[in-house]
Structure formats: C-alpha cells, structure tokens
Design a protein around this ligand. Structure first.
Ligand SMILES: [Zn+2]
Length: 437
C-alpha cells in the first residue's frame, strides 16, 4: 500500500504474496432459515441416542444461551427420552425458554418458561394441549403458523451466521426466500444497519414489495413451481411480464424437466430479460440447453448437492437421466450463463466446498456423478464472483469497483489446488474489514 493512502491508525494486514480476490457472492441462500438452523440444537437420533445425551445437549445449550433467549431444539423422537411435556423439560432447563420440535414437524414441546414467555399457557388456541386440571402440558400440535408469531425472530442468531459467512469470504448474498414481505425486509434492513448482518443483501421478493436501501436491494420475483400444482401457462407468462414491467427479473425454481419446459415456454412467450434466472436447474435434458442459451437467462445451480445428495441420486435416478443432474460444464460450453449458490441451509453454506464439488463431482461415498460436467477450479471460483444483478459475470479488482475483497492465506494457484481447505485471512465489505485472522 502506498504510504500516502494509509490512514493514521489503519489496520495493516500483510498479504505477503497471497491472493486478493473480489469477495464471494452466494447467489442462492436462505439467510433466515440458515440462522434458525444455526441457532438450533439437534436432539434427535442418530446424534442424540438417549436421555443422558438429551439432557447434556440441552444443558450445554443453556450454558451458552444469553438471558431471555430461546433454546430451540429440533429433530426430537420418543426413542430418545420418551414423551416430553413442560414438566419433563423444566427438570432439565428451567431458567431459559425452551422449545423442542418433534422430528415429524407437527409437535412442539415447551417448558414452563417458554409457555409463559410466549403467553401460550393462557391460550386456548386449538392445538394447545391441556391436562385434566386445565393446565397447559407444553405440547403444541400443528401450531407452526402461531409459532412464528409468538416465537418471532428471537430464534435466529444472524450475528454468528453473518460472521461465519464473512469468514468464508462471502460479502453479499442473494436471498431466495419466496415470500418476502415489507415487514420482513424492514427487519433485515434493521439487522444490517445495526451491524448484526454485515453482508449486502439482494432479496427475491414479490413484485409489489419494494426496498430503498444501499445495502438491501430487491431482486427477481421468485416463482416456485411444483409438479403437482403447476400454474397455467398464461398465469406464468403474466407473472413474468408483470415483473419485467416493474423493471424486475423472475427467478423460477425448476427441479424437474416439466418445470423447466414450462419456464422456458413462459419466457419464450413473455420475452426474457438478462435479469431472469432458473433456480437449481436440477434436471436439464440436453435438448433444452439451446433454448437456455437463446433466452440468455442465468442458471443458478448448486454443485454442492452433487457431493451432499449424490449417493441418493445414484440410488434413485435412472442411469440414463443422471447426465442431466446439476449440469455445469455442458451449459458453460454451450454459452449458457451459469452462477453458483449453496441453497443453505438446505445445502451446506461453505462456498469453497461447493466449488470443490463442482470440480470433483464426487459424492460423500466417493462415487463419481456426472464426470463430464466437471469444471476447473478457476471456473468454479468465478461462478461465485458475479454481482447480484449479473451473477454469471465475475467482478474484477479495479478502481471504481465496490470494495468487497477477500484475502486468502495462500497464492491463487495454491488455493485452486486445494479449494476445500482454503482459509480466508480477511474479508472487506464496502471498504470495512469484517473478518481477519
Ligand atoms: Zn432455495
């Protein structure tokens, strides 16, 4: 650094020949869900197998928990410590509000502090189970909608999740949560302004939702397709057209061939914008690749699923269909725009592991899935370097570019040889040092 540029008291990080890159952008991630998962303890099999382990897990969580904060435990099954109720939980942790989710997802069990905090002890809502004497047992059936209301955002530890992402060099995120609301966005803006979240956020959101903030922007309109409830073509065409009229793109979730065909047909009818995207592109038959190229839409895919779910795909997907799974190289060679996102928490949130999966295409068990879709480490890295608005074009380090930087602990060629074990020494977001080791 030139001495003239150095401000008094500025922190100096000696880069010593290591690689300085534009910081990473995760192009598809669910921040709230990631924070909720990160702040949950798993209390089900196979990681917790009996009452002693269950008690130890909850008490350990209590010892780390700030006063008044919820302990949120997930994955519980009766085989661990039998049927639970408020009194059983009170014997384990009484001082913090505790809620334990059954692995079926249909039942929450709260301790007495949790019932009092959420005011459910005096609620007669359907699903709040009561003992013979009328007192709430702490067992709440199918109260998820109500749960979100009463538990609020307190479960989510955004601070830790945001720091964790910064430590991996992630400076910005496209959040793929489908039902973003104005209130939800206002919450996120508050979390960014307070420094709880350090990344810049680009949010998929319905067309009527707006946001005017330097660090939180509204991106494409998310459309989730499901094979069993596919919309009429006209309806989808109008969704695309309405988004375009509002100056927005559309991000269509496509994980099957029928969904992809419908999306392509809709883009053909409405006209495609360079802001339009296909999320996942889990299955892309080779015949559809030219259409994706012609439309100029971006495929935002998750190579980490090849590693994380590949063994399941090898078991469940017919051999003749496996080449269509989570394509990468064939798309790039055909001139299709491609970018990477992790889909965390549904996929692992480490982008370096995702890059490695794109390079190796090996499953957890070491099987190969889609060898012809392997790409080089440099190409894999570049697919995390695009901007929110232009995911497939890697940003460069240049004067006038945003100061989102990521300093590795080794030179670039060494990093590319061992993507999975890359360590990020420093992450600078908007000119502010947010992570350093
Ligand atoms: Zn997703």
């Amino acid at each position: 650094m030139g001495h003239g540029l150095r401000r008094r008291g500025a922190r100096v990080v000696d880069a010593a020949g290591t690689a300085l890159l534009p910081a990473l952008h995760d192009h598809h991630l669910h921040l709230r869900s990631l924070a909720a998962q990160a702040s949950s303890v798993c209390v089900g099999p196979p990681s917790v197998r009996g009452r002693d382990e269950f008690v130890a897990k909850l008490r350990e969580a209590a010892s780390r928990c700030a006063e008044g904060h919820w302990i949120r435990a997930i994955g519980y099954h009766e085989s661990v410590a039998g049927e639970l109720d408020r009194w059983a939980l009170d014997n384990i942790v009484a001082e913090h509000p505790v809620r334990v989710q059954h692995c079926s997802g249909a039942l929450w069990i709260l301790n007495s502090t949790g019932l009092a905090t959420s005011r459910l002890d005096t609620s007669y809502a359907n699903g709040v189970q009561r003992a013979a004497d009328g007192s709430a047992t702490g067992r709440l059936w199918r109260l998820d909608g109500l749960g979100r209301q009463v538990f609020g955002a307190t479960a989510a530890n955004m601070f830790d999740v945001s720091r964790d992402l910064a430590a991996m060099g992630v400076a910005s995120i496209t959040d793929a949560t489908p039902e973003q609301t104005n209130e939800g966005i206002a919450d996120l803006v508050t979390l960014v302004k307070s420094g709880e979240i350090v990344q810049r956020l680009h949010l998929m959101a319905p067309v009527e939702v707006e946001c005017d903030d330097d660090h939180v922007t509204v991106g494409p309109v998310k459309v989730v397709l499901d094979d069993l409830t596919l919309p009429e073509l006209d309806e989808l065409v109008e969704t695309v057209a309405a988004a375009h009229r509002a100056g927005r793109g559309v991000a269509i979730h496509c994980v099957s061939t029928v969904q992809l065909v419908l999306a392509i047909t809709a883009f053909d009818a409405a006209g495609a914008s360079t802001l339009d995207r296909i999320e996942h592109g889990a299955v892309i038959p080779v015949e559809l690749i030219p259409a994706l190229r012609r439309l100029g839409i971006t495929i935002v895919t998750q190579p980490n699923f090849v590693a994380e779910r590949g063994d399941r795909y090898l078991r469940d997907v017919a051999p003749e269909d496996r080449d269509s799974l989570y394509r990468c190289r064939s798309l790039l060679e055909a001139g299709v725009r491609v970018a990477f996102g992790t889909d965390a928490p549904f996929g692992g949130h480490n982008p370096w592991a995702a890059m490695q999966a794109a390079v190796g295409r090996t499953t957890h068990r070491g099987e190969m899935l889609g060898a012809s879709e392997r790409i080089s480490p440099l190409v894999a890295l570049r697919l995390f370097l695009g901007s929110a608005e232009n995911p497939s074009s890697p940003r460069r380090l240049a004067v006038g570019e945003r100061a989102d930087l990521c300093l590795l602990d080794v030179p670039l060629d060494a990093a590319l040889r061992q993507l999975e074990s890359v360590s990020v020494r420093a992450t600078i977001i908007d000119g502010i040092l947010r992570h350093v080791i």
